[in-house]
Design a protein around this ligand. Structure first.
Ligand SMILES: [Fe+2]
Ligand SMILES: [Fe+2]
Length: 271
């Protein structure tokens, strides 16, 4: 199966970059789109990749952050007729609050919610638990947070920073071939792998692809993450994108014996 990176923080010509993420899966019987980016380069990058909207059979939204859902409205207005899958609570207002910068709202755009509202019920599905959405494609549903990992935020449900946002709508995608795909992996890669191991013990994860949100990870978190990943003997390749952070990429390259790669919009990988 081929996976094309349509949108990422980095891009190769003629693709454009933005803070966002979108993948297109090409498999024997169709195409699945995972996230839509923030919407600022969707049109240009989809035409660079020669994506035909009406050939996409499903859209998966990894979580409600704007940089993954900002392209929903233009996509749905452009002839997409597939089914949309997303987690419960994607519509929540959410914010990132750092002490050294202004509060930033990360909520899914209202245009995206309106476009989803306008879809007939049979064209959308809220995912609550580990689910096979079509042959060989599974969505994790809510990922329990049992390890030391946190959201890597700081993320909140209010602009005053009183209610922590655990991004409970976040879902990841697992294929029967062992490819695990992340949007931002706010639940943590260890929690996500443990959840997959519990729900799909017959699928050893061989590849991880996406953002791992390790931008603000301290040295202890990086060390524990690398130690865990090194222990996943089935792991062959990790492709790091979007919000992983350059330091974390370098650290994982130095500490893991599997292949650790980066990608950008315009690159594609075959699994
Ligand atoms: Fe993101
Ligand atoms: Fe995110």
């Amino acid at each position: 199966m081929k996976v094309e990176i349509l949108i990422d923080n980095r891009a190769e010509e003629p693709f454009l970059s933005e803070h966002g993420l979108s993948f297109l899966f090409h498999f024997e019987k169709g195409k699945v789109l995972f996230d839509t980016g923030a919407g600022t380069v969707l049109k240009e990058n989809f035409s660079a990749a020669k994506v035909e909207y009406d050939k996409i059979s499903a859209l998966v939204l990894s979580h409600g952050h704007y940089d993954h859902t900002g392209g929903v409205a233009p996509l749905l207005a452009s002839g997409f007729t597939g089914k949309v899958f997303y987690g419960k609570g994607m519509e929540k207002k959410r914010y990132s609050i750092h002490s050294d910068r202004p509060v930033k709202e990360l909520t899914i755009p209202s245009e995206a919610l309106a476009a989803l509202d306008g879809l007939p019920q049979e064209q959308k599905k809220e995912i609550h638990s580990f689910t096979e959405i079509q042959k060989e494609f599974f969505l994790t549903g809510r990922i329990p947070r049992n390890s030391f990992e946190d959201t890597g935020g700081p993320f909140f449900l209010d602009p005053d920073g009183r209610k922590e946002d655990l991004l409970e709508d976040e879902i990841s995608l697992l294929t029967s071939g062992g490819l695990l795909v992340q949007g931002c992996c706010h639940a943590g890669i260890i929690n996500t792998l443990e959840h997959c191991r519990k729900n799909a013990p017959h699928i050893p994860v061989r590849y991880i692809m996406g953002g791992l949100h390790l931008l603000y990870a301290d040295p202890l978190k990086l060390a524990k993450t690398a130690e865990y990943l090194q222990g996943v003997k089935s792991l062959e390749k990790i492709i790091l994108l979007h919000c992983t952070g350059d330091n974390a990429v370098q650290y994982l390259k130095e500490h893991l014996s599997c292949q650790v790669l980066t990608g950008k919009a315009g690159s594609s990988f075959t699994f």
